[in-house]
Design a protein around this ligand. Structure first.
Ligand code: PLP
Length: 460
């Protein structure tokens, strides 16, 4: 008797033949490669269809703050869906959106009292740029419309948010984009050409590039600066000391709005509810998404200062902007339950108490020849890989392709660590585990990275 032919896994076939994965090359799957299929999550771990376990070293996508498998978040969603599954917040309110807006305003820096909900982070950034433009039109400065952001920063995929993004390769297929978006240097001190040994001077230098650009373009044309508290793309660039104080002064001097894009950095990622709090500045707008629901339902939004809402308080003026799913009842209910969980388990306090241990555990990797820099804050780290530690020489495009896509991504996953090897800037491994992680998880992350990075070096 002949063996029956092996049936292809129906889920693999469905994904291969019909699913368009995001930011993904499809050739490997089209040529018969297996698509990682994650079926279940529990705490800091996810499991694939074959039952293999992976430490979720990226919180999904910087999102699952409270960890996987939280019954109370699932129940909050079910309860809300049974009571009122959907209603828009277009001229109407529902209890979950109203309560969540009040709760977020209470947690945000003083003066940020108004919440505009979206369904995700890119839409929040898009909304912030549009609000900045309309605000200045309403307040007698109609030519203020340009925006500034930083090199290599990622702010999302809608046309406006993509225009703000500082990654030429990600933008090129969609050019021409929205005009009027300009870039300044980021705070990558590891690769700084100026003041590399003096973080304060470097911070002053980097902030002053913003003022220089505002002056080049004309302060009467610039509406807003978009900055992440810790820049993600490029591999976690924390702000040098004094950077945000100086940026705030510059923005005030030129009446330019400071937008803190906290799609990643809010909700405990840095040990505080908002990243601005971590670094002691007050922005005019905070954009958020991801961790607000710990990823149990999609939600984003912007927290807006009272000053920006003021012109919309009276008469017939409105912000002619919105999303069908902005402030979705189920997502808002999940966010409220998530904030309860944050309070009950003191997740921000846990990050504050364990962040030094996390840093020093990752810093052990500094003894590997391929590790050039370990940088970040809270539970948010980038590990930059180099060809030569002494000279900081990086990999060329071919080497980076072979190292990251040809080896690291799969090797880390096969070794039981889900994280991201990224070469949008210089090659980095990004690590941002759920906020429930402790020393046991930190050690596991370090050990897997050590073993896989050692293999990677041997292959070079
Ligand atoms: N802004 C920042 C800083 C981000 O990191 C991201 C996504 O990672 C976005 C905006 C876009 O968010 P979304 O993917 O929810 O549209």
């Amino acid at each position: 008797m002949t063996e029956p032919a092996q049936q292809p896994d129906p889920l693999q076939r469905a994904a291969r033949d019909h699913l368009w994965m995001h930011f993904a090359r499809h050739a490997p799957a089209q040529e018969g490669g297996e698509i990682p299929m994650i079926v279940r999550g529990e705490g800091a771990y996810v499991y694939d269809a074959a039952g293999r376990r992976y430490l979720d070293g990226l919180s999904g996508l910087f999102t699952v703050q409270a960890g996987h498998g939280r019954e109370e978040l699932a129940q909050a969603a079910a309860k809300q869906a049974a009571e009122l599954a959907y209603f828009p917040i277009w001229s109407y309110a529902h209890p979950a959106a109203a309560e969540l807006a009040e709760r977020l305003a209470g947690l945000a820096p003083d003066g940020l009292d108004r919440v505009f909900f979206t369904a995700g982070g890119g839409d929040a950034v898009e909304s912030a740029w549009k609000l900045a433009k309309q605000y200045f039109k309403l307040t007698g400065k109609p030519t203020k419309h340009k925006v500034i952001s930083r090199a290599v920063a990622y702010h999302g995929t809608p046309h406006g948010a993509l225009s703000l993004t500082g990654l030429p390769g990600v933008k090129a297929p969609f050019e021409p984009l929205v005009p009027s978006a300009f870039r300044v240097p980021n705070t990558n001190i590891y690769r700084a050409t100026e003041h590399r040994d003096d973080p304060e001077a470097f911070g002053r230098w980097a902030a002053d590039r913003i003022e220089e650009l505002i002056e080049f373009e004309g302060p009467d044309t610039v509406a807003a600066v978009f900055l992440e508290p810790v820049q993600n793309a490029g591999g976690c660039f924390p702000p040098p000391p004094g950077y945000f104080r100086r940026v705030r002064e510059i923005c005030d001097r030129h009446d330019v709005l400071l937008v803190s894009d906290e799609v990643i950095c809010a909700f405990g990622r840095l040990g505080t509810m908002f990243g601005a709090e971590r670094f002691g500045y007050t922005p005019d707008i905070i954009t958020f998404a991801k961790g607000v629901t710990s990823g149990y339902a999609p939600l984003g939004g912007m927290l807006v200062s009272d000053r920006l809402f003021e012109p919309f308080r009276h008469g017939t003026t409105m912000f002619a902007h919105g999303y069908t799913f902005g402030g979705h009842p189920v997502s808002a209910a999940v966010a409220l339950a998530n904030l309860d969980l944050f309070e009950r388990e003191d997740l921000t306090g846990h990050v504050m108490r364990t962040r030094d241990a996390f840093r020093s555990t990752l810093e052990r990797l500094n003894d590997l020849p391929i590790v050039g820099d370990v940088r970040g804050d809270g539970f948010f780290y980038g590990i930059e890989l180099v060809k030569d530690k002494g000279t900081r020489e990086t990999f060329d495009a071919d080497e980076s392709e072979r190292l990251l896509r040809g080896f690291l991504d799969k090797a880390l996953y096969d070794a039981g660590l889900y994280c991201r090897a990224d070469d949008r800037g210089d090659p980095v491994v990004q690590i941002a585990p759920p906020l429930i992680c402790d020393q046991g998880h930190f050690d596991e992350i370090e050990q897997i990275l050590r073993s896989v990075l050692t293999d990677a070096w041997a292959r070079l």
